[in-house]
Design a binder for this molecule. Structure first.
Ligand code: ARG
Ligand code: ZN
Length: 864
């Protein structure tokens, strides 16, 4: 066990305004690794250059190691000291060669940061501050260095030796050992360093770039996983071509390798020329991966590949600028995915994700701006705000600029900042320069946290008169930011005629830049209905006074697919809120709108499936001043049951659309499967007598995981004994596949049965459960935290369970523990009794001796 971050004194706060350029630069870095899982020697040779006129010593970051030796210009020295994990070396001249040697133990590295072991192989994760756990170095993103790396390891155990860049040479090292050398010609920050030593097989292909260079591609996995790598490899080639076509970005090395590992703290990592992935974002075949998994793999492969330009060639000056690479890269991968299938459905999924993860973050105790001002632990800032709200900021700028100017602006950005550690400000300045547009006010999006709320009300003078649209905005207070200024909100707007269903205006882009504004439309001949925030042009909450009838109207007539979906969601949401607050609601408008959507043959099946799905319990809760999980659950079940019963024939018809066999992964087939499984869910909600039999038959005959897991999900929330049989069959069939076992845990953690909390507690004792593997921990503990009703049981058992798990996990893997904390921080949103129970657990966590600074920061902020 090694916890470096025991909290003794008040934690150190890092502030953006304290940024200073590095005192020393490191133009060249040579690393020699003598790999041994229990004791790996790392010998580092750094050429260092004094940066400007100063007399500061060289200061290198470490993390608990003691140097075995320090050599300056070839001579061993002993006037160095280690203080607060940093190695200080006094230097007299302006340029020196520094050598250090340390010994580290990858097989005892349970944090999975730095050099660690996974499934017998050795790999790295350095972003954000893992490199210092490997060797002494100025571990900050604005120190760019050229790396050459030599790996030596046992040939039988580690036949494959990989690092960044291009392979240079390899050979025999005697005594059963071998070596390989890699050279990365592109200067990079230490967070992009990577190596892998393992017993791996490769799926190879090649890609010829726009300018005619051939790049060797390889996806490296355990031999048994090789047949499940084709989808990822295909996605990689599509990504390479897409980035050339859409952003003019070509790949720059002769090789591009991806390695999949089972133990990984997040999705994947964009190390230069050697991406390392959580295996769940590489491995897929129809029998083990769902359509969502296939989509996720393509998106993450694209994301990491796109980082080669947005992140690696142009990197970040400091970690406050994280969204510079992450927001932009998410925006880029969203564009890629939109181009692979239905752009409308992709937008709907992205907005649903934003509302599920980012909106709650932005309205809770951990709210922070897209470019934060301070942090205690940077790992806690890899958030939905930095990634997904950050992507929305880029999208808004693209909307304001228009496609041509936006492309000119990204060209300018890549060109001007190639090889440079840049800032969010640099990016916005390129947007302005290339377009001539003033984004002064827009910059508030980077500094102000909180989701803006926009009020919209439309009045019409009957008899062919004027229509007046009154818009208002309000940005709610967030921790440390009590008062907000009005933001620049790009809102796409259009009016439709209530009688004819036809558009009355063109789509217009309104740039709302003040607290209130009035827009007048002349000569509006019939009663207009407002379509606003079309395409979700701004990441805001719209509060409009549109009636259920108008929302139902838009769900039938709006020409913007997102707005159409949104109208339906708003209608359902209003119905559910009424149901939760008043105990009953009128379901008629929602039922009619769902029926019409199902009946419309022109709509794509995937769109229909999204549109007829009810908002989540959590999203309904977000609309209420105090969340009542039981009332929300009851209201939602009641609407589901009514929709199921009243539209039973339609669900049966949709369900009867036989799937294609064998499985085909295409937008079309995906849409059909999705709608069929949504139909199955509604039939089960209706309580039709054959629901469990239908689900169980689907579970048994399915030739793919999408249908099998959907059937299992339906059964697992039912009272039918077939659920026990299905869980057993599933478990036995996939006992040796960890990614599928994760689904077995997750499906049960998300069950809506009354005994879900007890089941989860029992599963935590299951022999296959372990906190040491982040995917497994997330599949049970993480999934349970989003099961609103089970987690928030009035007796507080859910809160105690989560706290117990986090305290145990923190001893192994603080980063992953801290990620799972947010559900406990939502106490302000609940009644007094629940709030007290949640706070009790937060206080218990904060009081733990030896708590990591990761978990300390999140838990203590959540108590404020
Ligand atoms: N840069 C990686 C990606 O988004 C993720 C790194 C996450 N690092 C962390 N400390 N959470 O592709
Ligand atoms: Zn990223």
């Amino acid at each position: 066990m090694d916890i470096q971050h025991a909290v003794a004194q008040p934690p150190l706060v890092i502030r953006r305004e304290d940024y200073r350029p590095p005192a020393w630069l490191v133009p060249d870095t040579r690393l020699a690794f003598d790999i041994d899982p229990a004791a790996t020697r790392v010998h580092a040779t750094l050429s260092v250059l004094r940066n400007g006129a100063h007399s500061e010593p060289l200061r290198l970051d470490g993390a608990g190691q003691t140097p075995l030796s320090v050599v300056v210009d070839g001579v061993a020295v002993n006037d160095w000291r280690v203080e607060d994990d940093q190695l200080f070396i006094p230097l007299s001249g302006d340029a020196h060669s520094i050598e250090t040697e340390v010994e580290i133990a990858p097989d005892r590295n349970t944090q999975l940061m730095g050099l660690y072991a996974s499934g017998g192989n050795i790999c790295t994760q350095c972003e954000a501050e893992g490199f210092r756990r490997i060797t002494f170095f100025p571990d900050r993103p604005d120190v760019l260095s050229r790396y050459s790396v030599r790996l030596t390891a046992d040939r039988a155990r580690f036949p494959v030796l990989l690092a960044n860049g291009d392979p240079v040479a390899q050979g025999d090292a005697g005594e059963g050992r071998h070596w390989a050398e890699w050279n990365d010609p592109f200067p990079k920050p230490s967070y992009l360093f990577a190596l892998v030593a393992g017993d791996l097989q490769v799926n190879r292909d090649s890609f010829v770039t726009e300018s005619g260079r051939t790049v060797e591609l390889g996806i490296w996995v355990r031999a048994a996983d090789l047949p499940r790598t084709d989808h990822a490899l295909h996605a990689l080639k599509l990504s390479m071509a897409w980035d050339e076509r859409v952003y003019g970005r070509e790949y720059d090395l002769d090789v591009f390798n991806i390695v999949a590992v089972d133990d990984f703290n997040f999705g994947a990592m964009e190390n230069k020329g050697l991406n390392i992935f959580n295996s769940r974002y590489i491995l897929a075949d129809p029998d083990t991966a769902t359509d969502y998994d296939y989509d996720g793999i393509a998106a993450v492969v694209a994301h990491e590949y796109f980082h080669n330009w947005s992140g690696n060639r142009v990197t970040c000056r400091d970690w406050f600028q994280l969204s510079l690479k992450e927001g932009f890269t998410v925006y880029r991968d969203q564009g890629f995915s939109a181009d692979q299938g239905s752009a409308a459905v992709k937008r709907i999924e992205d907005v649903r994700g934003l509302r599920a993860a980012q909106f709650p973050e932005d309205s809770g105790p951990l709210a922070h701006s897209v470019r934060p001002d301070e942090y205690q632990e940077i790992s806690n800032f890899y958030t939905a705000t930095i990634y997904n709200k950050g992507a929305e900021l880029i999208r808004m700028m693209a909307t304001i600029l228009g496609p041509t100017a936006f492309r000119a602006a990204t060209d300018l950005y890549f060109d001007r900042f190639d090889g440079i550690a840049a800032t969010c400000e640099d990016f916005v300045a390129c947007m302005e320069e290339a377009s001539g547009k003033d984004l002064t006010q827009f910059r508030l999006w980077y500094s102000q946290a909180g989701t803006p709320r926009v009020s919209a009300s439309l009045e019409h003078q009957p008899g062919g008169g004027r229509a007046t649209l009154r818009l208002g905005q309000r940005v709610p207070p967030t921790p440390g930011q009590p008062v907000k200024q009005p933001m620049l909100l790009p809102l796409k707007i259009r009016l439709f005629g209530a009688e004819t269903g036809r558009p009355l205006t063109d789509e217009r882009l309104v740039l709302l830049d003040s607290n209130s504004e009035t827009i007048v439309f002349e000569a509006v001949t019939e009663r207009p209905v407002l379509s606003i925030n079309r395409g979700f042009s701004a990441p805001v909450v719209i509060e409009s006074d549109r009636s259920p009838a108008d929302l139902a109207f838009l769900s039938r007539h709006d020409d913007d697919p997102f707005a159409r979906y949104e109208a339906m969601q708003q209608l359902m949401l209003d119905t559910l809120v009424a149901g939760a607050v008043e105990g009953r609601a009128d379901h008629e408008a929602a039922i009619a709108a769902v029926a019409d959507t199902l009946d419309n043959p022109e709509l794509d099946r995937a769109f229909v499936a999204e549109a007829v799905l009810l908002p989540s319990e959590a999203f309904v809760g977000d609309q209420l001043s105090s969340v009542d999980p039981e009332a929300i659950f009851r209201a939602r079940e009641a609407l589901r049951r009514d929709l199921g019963r009243r539209l039973e024939d339609r669900w049966r018809t949709a369900y009867a659309q036989a799937p294609q066999i064998p499985y085909v992964y295409s937008p079309e087939e995906k849409g059909k499967r999705r709608l069929r499984n949504v139909a199955l869910g509604y039939l089960a909600a209706a309580g039709v007598p054959d629901a469990a039999t239908l689900a169980f038959r689907q579970f048994e005959v399915a030739d793919n995981m999408t249908d099998r897991q959907a059937a299992l999900t339906t059964l697992v929330s039912s009272d039918d004994d077939l659920r026990i049989a299905a869980l057993d069959i599933f478990y036995n069939r996939y006992a040796d596949n960890p990614l599928v076992l994760d689904k077995w845990f997750q499906t049960q953690a998300l069950s809506s049965r009354d005994d879900a909390a007890a089941t989860v507690a029992a599963l935590a004792e299951h022999p296959d459960f372990t906190l040491a593997n982040p995917n497994r921990a997330r599949s049970l503990v993480g999934a349970f935290g989003v099961n609103q009703r089970a987690f928030n049981r009035p007796d507080g058992a859910g809160y105690r369970f989560l706290a117990d798990q986090l305290i145990a996990l923190d001893r192994l893997n603080p980063q992953t523990a801290a990620k799972l904390l947010p559900p406990l921080g939502r106490w302000r949103r609940f009644d007094e009794d629940r709030a007290a129970l949640m706070r009790e657990q937060l206080e218990r966590i904060v009081a733990q001796p030896g708590l990591s600074k990761d978990l300390f920061e999140q838990a203590s902020k959540s108590l404020d």
